[in-house]
Write a protein that binds this ligand. Structure first.
Ligand SMILES: *Cc1c(COP(=O)(O)O)cnc(C)c1O
Length: 366
């Protein structure tokens, strides 16, 4: 028996009938790209987040790249973000032609440390990308104050935070643009690639819409140079079904997290912390332990899979180490990359599986 770290197939089997019907409907419709399902998903997702505009794109990396392009950020311009993130965040900055400037995260929430922003600021800084890693909101108050003060844009990378809240606002609706990946394992996941961009700014939303399809306002006439980053009808139809269950799935993730936190509290492990007045959605449940590899091997021996998100900070990766700009120390980022461990976390993880994971962690210590 294997206990997976993430298990998107379990989501399919939970609403198999509904999803099969939705997919069949698309197959029989003759409309496969940017049709009624994409329109409906965009409207429903915007309504869910209480935001004015939502535009579907091909994946989460494209969502970030297109958001940057919509802000007219030019080659040589700088965008500040963290080194402790999915490589996608930084890859998207480069694809848009901007220079990634990477800063450290704070040791409590593992999100962008706002006290590092000032030393990363330069006359070329145009935006900050706040990454809500693991489903945990970044410090949006400090970050958006910094952005306002310096007249630069705020983009939110919400790829791990669908449905999470900062105070009373959904993540993605605080900055100028919010970018979501709907990769299968994400809190709102398709069964293929998908992404979506949200904004309350009409002009930005219109620009995003042009950019995702060759800059077309009218078919075959490009108003601006654009991309092909369309969302297809099958994935949109699947996402419409899954959006109905996003709240209940996030609730189950929080319950599993609560059980982990209660049952592991007495062990010498660093457990996740919660920000006051925020609602996190536990895309991952990440613990820290200085003997991570031993614990990981122990769990593996009992069929329990774990993950490491992420094993190597971006500023140390072969592709990026000579190209990204780093202005300060990366103390926390470098330290935690050797200690973090993602425990099994998905809404369908059964109570039995959950107690097996907890007991097996306990047997490592006793
Ligand atoms: C998944 C993810 C992305 C990229 O999404 P894709 O859909 O895989 O392109 C970007 N940022 C973060 C933080 C992610 O977790």
């Amino acid at each position: 028996m294997t206990i997976y770290c993430a298990n998107p197939a379990a989501q399919f089997f939970k609403c198999q009938n509904e999803i099969e019907l939705a997919v069949l409907k698309v197959l029989r419709s003759g409309q496969y790209i940017l049709g009624i399902e994409v329109d409906a998903f965009e409207n429903e997702f915007a309504e869910y987040l209480d935001v004015k505009y939502a535009i579907g794109v091909a994946n989460g990396t494209d969502a970030i790249e297109i958001a940057i392009r919509a802000l007219d950020i030019k080659p040589g311009d700088e965008i500040i973000t963290v080194s402790h993130t999915a490589v996608a965040t930084v890859a998207a900055i480069e694809s848009a032609g901007a220079l990634p400037v990477l800063v450290d995260v704070d040791p409590i929430f593992y999100t962008l440390d706002p006290s590092k922003l000032n030393s990363a600021l330069s006359p070329r800084t145009r935006a900050v990308i706040a990454v809500h890693l693991y489903g945990q909101p970044a410090d949006l108050e400090a970050i958006s104050n910094f952005c306002k003060l310096n007249d630069i844009y705020l983009i939110e990378d919400c790829s791990q935070a669908h449905g999470a809240k900062w105070k009373n606002k959904f993540l993605g609706t605080v900055g100028h643009l919010g970018c979501f990946s709907c990769y299968p394992t994400k809190n709102l996941g398709a069964f293929g690639d998908a992404g979506i961009i949200v904004s309350n700014d009409k002009k930005l939303a219109e620009k995003v819409k042009l950019l995702r399809q060759y800059g077309w306002q009218e078919r075959n006439i490009s108003n601006i140079p654009g991309r092909n980053s369309r969302l297809d009808e099958i994935q949109a139809a699947i996402l419409r079904v899954k959006l109905k269950y996003l709240n209940s799935n996030n609730l189950m993730r929080r319950e599993i997290a609560g059980e982990y936190s209660k049952s592991l509290a007495n062990l010498p492990l660093n457990l996740p912390n919660s920000r006051l007045n925020c609602e996190e959605v536990f895309h991952l449940y990440v613990i820290r332990f200085d003997n991570r590899e031993k614990l990981r091997t122990h769990l593996e021996k009992y069929g329990i899979q774990t993950g490491i998100h992420y094993p190597m900070p971006i500023h140390m990766q072969p592709a990026y180490k000579s190209r990204v700009k780093v202005t300060g120390q990366m103390e926390t980022t470098e330290k935690i990359s050797g200690e973090i461990l993602s425990l099994p976390m998905y809404p369908e993880l059964s109570p039995n599986e959950l107690s097996t994971v907890i007991e097996t962690i306990n047997t490592f210590f006793y």
